[in-house]
Design a binder for this molecule. Structure first.
Ligand code: KG4
Ligand code: ZN
Length: 330
C-alpha cells in the first residue's frame, strides 16, 4: 500500500458535504468539510437540486481553504456513486484544476474511499482485512486484499444501517441527521426497555433493517415512548446485528485485522462493541477518527493517492455515475 509521492488534493461532493483535503503520504494536512445539513433539515432529507447548487457555491472557497498556498501534485475526486448533479460539481472542478496546474487526476469510488480511510494518519491494517462499511446508503462486509481487490461477503437486502438510524430518529422526533442525534439521546437510556427486532438472524452475513423501521413506527403509534429509552433500544438493535454478523465473519475468515468505516462507524457504541469483539478474537481493530468516518475528502485523497502511485490516470472524458459497484466486485 504505497501512497503517491507528493501532495494529493482530494475532492468529495457526492451527497450533502462539500469537502476538500490535502494529503501528504498518510498525513492529513487539511480536511475542510462544508456541511449542507442546515439546508436539508427543513425537508428532512437531501434534496438533489439544492445539494448541487450548494456544492457550486461552496467548491471554490472549500478547495481554496484546503490548499492554502500549496500546489498539489495530484488530484483525486469522487466520481461515483452519488447524486449526479452533486458529483458533477466536484468532478468538473478536479478536471479544471488538473488542466490548469498540469497535474494528474483520478476518479475514486466513494465506498472505496471509506474502505481505505483506515490508512489515514497511520500505516493501517495488514492485508487482507475484513471491513464493515456502514453509511447512509451502504451496509457491506468486504474482504480487502489490496487497492481495487475487494470481495463482497454480505450486504443489506433493504435499508442501510445509516438509514435505520435516520428513519428511526425521524420517527422518534430526534431530527436530521439522525445517527448522531440517536447516539446522544441514547446516553443514559435503557436499551432493554423496548423490544425491537434483530432481523435476518439465519442469514450469516447479509443484513436487513426495514423491519426495524416498521417496528419503531408501531412502537410510537402504540404508546407515548420515553425517548431516551427508545433511542437506546434502537441503537442497541442496530449495533447488535452489525456486531454479531461481523464477529461471525471475523471468526470464519480468520484475517488478522478488522476495519470499521463509514458514517455509522462514528457511533461510539458500535466502536466499543466491535473493539471488544476484535479483542475477544485476537484481531487488530481499525477505525478512523470520527471526522474521517462521516463523508470527507481526506479518504478520497487516500484512495486516489494509492491509485495515482500505481500509475492510474483519468482524462477529461471521466464521467459520473449514480450507481456503481465497488471496483473489483462486479
Ligand atoms: O458515510 P456517510 O457520512 O455518508 C454516506 O456515504 O452515506 O454516512 C452518513 C450516515 C447517516 O445515516 C448518519 O446518520 C450516520 O452516518 N451517522 C451516525 C453517526 N454519525 C453519522 N450513525 C450513528 N451514530 C453516529 N454517531
Ligand atoms: Zn459516505
Amino acid at each position: 500500500m504505497t501512497p503517491f509521492k507528493g501532495l494529493v488534493l482530494g475532492i468529495e461532493t457526492s451527497c450533502d458535504e462539500t469537502s476538500a483535503s490535502l494529503l501528504d503520504g498518510h498525513t492529513v494536512l487539511t480536511n475542510v468539510v462544508s456541511s449542507q445539513a442546515d439546508l436539508h433539515r427543513k425537508w428532512g432529507g437531501v434534496v438533489p437540486e439544492a445539494a448541487a447548487r450548494a456544492h457550486v457555491e461552496a467548491i471554490v472557497p472549500v478547495v481554496s481553504e484546503a490548499i492554502g498556498s500549496a500546489r498539489p501534485d495530484g488530484i483525486a475526486v469522487t466520481n461515483r456513486p452519488g447524486l449526479v448533479g452533486a458529483l458533477s460539481v466536484g468532478t468538473t472542478a478536479a478536471k479544471a484544476l488538473s488542466m490548469s496546474w498540469g497535474v494528474p487526476f483520478v476518479g475514486v469510488h466513494h465506498i472505496e474511499g471509506h474502505v481505505l480511510s483506515v490508512f489515514l494518519e497511520g500505516v493501517g491494517p495488514s492485508l487482507p482485512y475484513l471491513c464493515l462499511v456502514v453509511s447512509g446508503g451502504h451496509t457491506e462486509l468486504v474482504i480487502v486484499r489490496g487497492v481495487g481487490d475487494y470481495e463482497l461477503v454480505g450486504q443489506t437486502i433493504d435499508d442501510a444501517a445509516g438509514e435505520a438510524f435516520d428513519k428511526g430518529a425521524r420517527l422518534l422526533g430526534l431530527g436530521y441527521p439522525g445517527g448522531y442525534a440517536v447516539q446522544n439521546a441514547a446516553i443514559g437510556g435503557d436499551p432493554h426497555r423496548y423490544k425491537l427486532p434483530r432481523s435476518l438472524k439465519s442469514d450469516p452475513f447479509n443484513f436487513s433493517f426495514s423491519g426495524l423501521k416498521t417496528a419503531v413506527l408501531r412502537m410510537v403509534e402504540a404508546e407515548q415512548v420515553e425517548v431516551n429509552d427508545a433511542a437506546a433500544s434502537l441503537q442497541a438493535a442496530i449495533v447488535d446485528v452489525l456486531a454479531e454478523k461481523s464477529a461471525r465473519a471475523i471468526d470464519q475468515f480468520g484475517f488478522k485485522s478488522f476495519a470499521l468505516v463509514g458514517g455509522v462507524a462514528a457511533n461510539l457504541s458500535l466502536r466499543e462493541r466491535l473493539h471488544s469483539e476484535c479483542e475477544r478474537a485476537g484481531v487488530s481493530f481499525h477505525v478512523p477518527k470520527p471526522e474521517f468516518c462521516t463523508d470527507n475528502a481526506a479518504m478520497i485523497a487516500m484512495a486516489g493517492s494509492f491509485r495515482l502511485a500505481s500509475g492510474e490516470r483519468d482524462g477529461a472524458s471521466l464521467d459520473v455515475f449514480p450507481n456503481s459497484p465497488l471496483p473489483g466486485t462486479a
